[in-house]
Design a protein around this ligand. Sequence first.
Ligand SMILES: [Zn+2]
Length: 56
Amino acid sequence: MSPAVYLIVMLSVITLVLAISVPVLFLQKCPACGKRNSLDARHCKGCGGELPNYDE
Ligand SMILES: [Zn+2]
């Protein structure tokens, strides 16, 4: 494997890992159904249940 191909593969893996992991940091999981909602959401998009608000 040439160094250029190796570099492209590694960059692809890093980009993929970031794309998967970064949104998780900005989303909260619904305690009832496990669906991910934005941090400022007060009600779950999946089940409509109330989400715990850590800002208050
Ligand atoms: Zn829910």
